[in-house]
Design a protein around this ligand. Structure first.
Ligand code: PEP
Length: 252
């Protein structure tokens, strides 16, 4: 049985005070949500204060990225050691906005994943195709390339500590959501890749989240798909009420 994860990616939104205020409001609402894990990913500047505010609550804290080196001459970067120091237990790696805005490659994603695992973090590795890739029938190949490149050299045990997020680029922040069936089809491809590369047990237990304009009014349909083990949410994670509704998605 895979425990769902509802994760909010705040991107470049919220000051320290706004982040702390959000946690103070969401923590009591999340307290009774035993059906899923709850995670928020504040910007770096708010990580320490938000982690402090979330202490003792059900809300886990994630960074949105990290460098693979523990320290060094990398202006503007933050390491795995630093995000753990700030209270993170998760880290998002390979988000499409990092791949596109910063030219992040599968090889860099792989280095970051290995460094995150070595630090004891739970990486949330993002994969997904662009609209052009989908329209040219390339979704399966893109997922395979990102999956294999990002996870190169990992053992089945390493893989068992990772969460995958399927995030079709054309659905992120656009208001366009993959239908539950489209998302499930890609999740199925990813689970098959996991089976081939890491084995049956790992494929069955890996949690694969969907991300791309998830909102309170479409989360029920998505979570109704047995292949979908949760959501990575941008826009709708910024307001307490909508994030609370996502945590309490309709369940049968
Ligand atoms: C994301 O940032 O990972 C995301 C899916 O954003 P949104 O929910 O706004 O599409």
């Amino acid at each position: 049985m895979r425990k769902p994860v509802i994760a909010g990616n705040w991107k470049m939104y919220k000051t320290i005070a706004e982040g702390v205020d959000f946690i103070q409001k969401i923590a009591p609402m999340a307290a009774s949500a035993s059906h899923c894990d709850v995670v928020v990913a504040p910007p770096f500047t708010a990580l320490a204060a938000v982690s402090q505010a979330a202490k003792g609550s059900k809300v886990g804290i994630s960074a949105q990225d990290m460098h693979w080196d523990k320290e060094g001459a990398h202006t503007g970067d933050v390491s795995s050691t630093m995000i753990v120091d700030a209270g993170c237990t998760y880290v998002i790696i390979g988000h499409s906005e990092r791949r596109h805005d910063h030219g992040e490659t599968d090889e860099q994603v792989n280095r970051k994943l290995k460094a995150a695992l070595a630090e004891g973090l739970t990486p949330i590795m993002c994969v997904g195709e662009t609209l052009a890739q989908r329209e040219s029938g390339g979704t399966g190949q893109v997922l395979k390339t990102q999956f294999e490149g990002g996870l190169a050299g990992l053992t089945p045990y390493d893989f068992s500590r990772i969460i995958i997020a399927y995030e079709p680029v054309w659905a992120i922040g656009t208001g366009r959501t993959a239908t539950p069936e489209m998302a499930a089809e890609s999740h199925h491809i990813l689970r098959d890749l996991a089976r081939q590369r890491f084995g049956e047990a790992e494929a069955r237990s890996v949690r694969i989240l969907y991300g791309g304009s998830v909102k309170p009014d479409n989360v029920g349909g998505l979570m109704g798909q047995p292949e979908i083990d949760g959501a990575l949410v941008g826009g709708a994670s910024l307001k307490v009420d909508s994030f609370a509704a996502l945590i309490n998605y309709p369940r049968t």
